[in-house]
Write a new protein. Structure first.
Length: 640
């Protein structure tokens, strides 16, 4: 999917992708980082730089024995890998290069496989690192191919992953020996085929076939013979996620919305080929995890964006008492050889911490903590969950942040990426900064968002694409009617698909907005769909349509934001990484040129060392410092 771009997070083409400042002739648009005076970090009302220095934990994984926790954080300025005891303590930094993208313990716990790309181009290489961080060996170097890690096979002697190495377009399944790096193709795919969990005791791996942004078909691949067995390929696409094999390989637990509106907890029996639902609440079940000995089953439910943890002892059939955790959005990881569970918590007042729960003893440890950069996290605002009707009666949702004591404040509407993503109550640095400046925030879940059922997630597919743009206008109408904000001072900000919505809404409804901020957004759908990365091409056919079909092509040409660039009245700030493989930087180049040509105001930050988003802390500080000044100017907010 197009990146689920959250403004609070450090949120393939076979054609050439722009890769630096030399591809853009306007030198003033290439950011030149400047040292910021130290007084920007102090005071009762902190500068946005202070909020950006709040660093949470993103990826995490327990060692097989459950004694050590790996985690990823950008506290040094780039995403790096750290290790800490599962009982807490002082963490140790393990990687020091240009940043990592993912990581996994080897099954024996002696090494770590980590991936890294080049300045956000998403073309990963794989490196083996000793558990103590002192020795590393390149297993697969970076290349022009896109890769996606699946699992370890043959007791850790090989890795299974997807790669576009064969033709630059289709993802095949590859197997590479860890000892000598010898590689072979186990399966030739067409568009998106991605390996998942390896079946215990067998040479089989789950094979997920992309079917739109919120669906997939499920197969079983024999890694030796290349034979594929179809498991799920329903007429109406469904999602099959969180595959957890039982230890003898006889079946697996998963979350799925097969035949349902919301994803439930189910078990699939390999012998009978039957799917049996175990829990079917009227909300989505996420992050299913099974302990190594098949005793403990844990899962999350997503209720209005907040996570609730559930756990069951399968030996007794009884539910477990859940430890007291901060309110927020959770993620889970079971140790592969111990009844120890890691729980990541991200909430409005917690940027991303990891707790470790021993399900046998019941003990809970706060193992890894985020850095708050001196900000009192207990003072951070908690959003209100709001619902309102669109003009066609469709029920929309948002997280509304209201500045304390403000009367008729200006308001920023945030629109997330995806579109199959969800505005959820995580720590949002930009929202919290704006609240301190007296600006309200509505984090909008427009149609096409996940978390509200299968039907809602597909309400913007194909020819319904512009309905989500209309939802943004209806959100403005609701805000004005609510009396909570100044309806004459409304801004719009989004990234990736949210960047498209920003570009589109500012041109379609030019009188509604005071300003706009667009990150890595689409301006010309025909060009964007033609030059999308292979992973996106695999999902775009169902989400958008077939760009080679004349009717689909004509439709997406007609709704492209570039058509209305001359109508944009509001000042806009546009940000893009030159190495973006998802929405190539030409999307923003052309939009900025068109706006300027028609006499509009377009400030452009074109980063030569970023991709689909802004990952490096120095670049984020520069970007958001410029954004803050832009908002303060056009909302007429005092800097004091």
């Amino acid at each position: 999917m197009r990146l689920a771009f959250f403004l609070s997070a450090l949120a393939v083409s076979v054609l050439p992708v722009a890769s630096g400042a030399e591809d853009w002739p306007y030198e003033q648009d290439i950011p030149k980082l400047e040292a910021l005076p130290p007084d920007l970090l102090n005071g009762e009302s902190p500068d946005i730089v202070r909020f950006l220095k709040v660093r949470g934990i993103s990826g995490f994984e327990l060692s097989p024995d459950g004694e050590n926790l790996l985690f990823q954080t950008s506290v040094t300025g780039e995403p790096q890998l750290w290790s800490v005891s599962a009982t807490g303590g002082w963490p140790i930094q393990l990687t020091f290069g240009s940043g990592i993208t993912s990581f996994h313990w080897t099954p024996d716990g002696r090494h770590i496989l980590y991936a890294g790309d080049t300045n956000g181009d998403e073309r990963e290489g794989y490196t083996l690192l000793s558990a103590d961080g002192r020795r590393e060996r390149l297993l697969l170097g970076n290349s022009d191919a896109f890769r996606a890690f699946g699992d370890f096979a043959a007791d850790g002697e090989a890795i299974v992953y997807a790669s576009t190495e064969r033709n630059g377009r289709d993802f095949d399944v590859w197997v590479t020996a860890v000892e000598d790096g010898k590689s072979r193709v186990a399966y030739e795919g067409h568009f998106g085929f991605f390996p998942g969990a390896v079946r215990p005791g067998h040479d089989h791996v789950i094979l997920s076939e992309t079917r739109g942004e919120d669906g997939n078909n499920l197969h079983l691949l024999d890694l030796k013979s290349g034979a594929v067995t179809e498991l799920f390929k329903p007429e109406i696409s469904s999602a099959y996620q969180s595959i957890n094999w039982v230890s003898d390989g006889s079946g697996f637990y998963l979350s799925t919305n097969d035949g349902r509106e919301f994803s439930g907890l189910a078990f699939y029996d390999m012998a009978s080929r039957e799917l049996k639902f175990i829990e079917t609440p009227d909300v989505d079940i996420e992050h299913v995890q099974l302990s190594f000995d098949d005793r403990y089953l844990v899962w999350l439910t997503n209720d209005g964006g907040y996570s609730t943890l559930h756990a069951r002892d399968l030996k007794t059939g009884q539910g477990l008492s859940i430890p007291d955790l901060p309110k927020g959005v959770f993620a889970l990881d079971f140790a592969s050889a111990s009844p120890v569970l890691a729980i990541q918590v991200s909430g409005p007042q917690m940027p991303g911490d990891v707790f470790v729960w021993n399900l046998q003893s019941g003990g809970l440890v706060h193992a890894a903590k985020s850095t708050s950069a001196g900000i009192d996290m207990t003072s951070m605002a908690v959003p209100q969950s709001v619902y309102f009707d669109a003009r066609d009666g469709e029920r929309l949702h948002g997280l509304f942040y209201e500045p304390e004591g403000a009367v008729a404040p200006p308001v920023m509407i945030f629109v997330h990426g995806g579109p199959t993503s969800q505005a959820r109550p995580r720590f949002n640095a930009v929202a919290q900064y704006l609240l301190g400046r007296g600006v309200a925030v509505l984090d909008l879940n427009f149609r096409g968002s996940t978390g509200f059922g299968k039907r809602f997630a597909r309400l913007d597919n194909k020819r319904l694409r512009t309905d989500s743009v209309r939802d943004v206008a209806d959100a403005v109408a609701w805000l004005k009617q609510s009396g909570k904000v100044d309806g004459a001072r409304v801004g719009l900000m989004g990234g990736s698909y949210g960047g498209y919505l920003t570009n589109a809404a500012l041109g379609s409804y030019p009188d509604l907005f005071t300003l706009g901020v667009s990150f890595v957004g689409v301006s010309d759908w025909v060009r964007a769909l033609e030059t999308a990365s292979p992973a996106l091409k695999a999902s775009d056919r169902e989400e958008y349509g077939d760009i080679e079909d004349p009717d689909d092509r004509a439709f997406f040409a007609s709704i492209s934001p570039i058509n209305n660039a001359h109508k944009i009245k509001a000042p806009i700030m546009v940000l893009h990484g030159a190495n973006d493989p998802r929405d190539p930087v030409a999307e923003s180049d052309h939009l900025v040129e068109a706006i300027r040509k028609s006499g509009g105001e377009a400030i452009y930050l074109r980063f030569p060392d970023e991709g689909h988003g802004i990952r490096k802390l120095a670049n984020r500080v520069h970007a958001y410092h410029k954004i803050a000044a832009f908002l303060e100017e056009h909302f007429e907010i005092s800097k004091d």
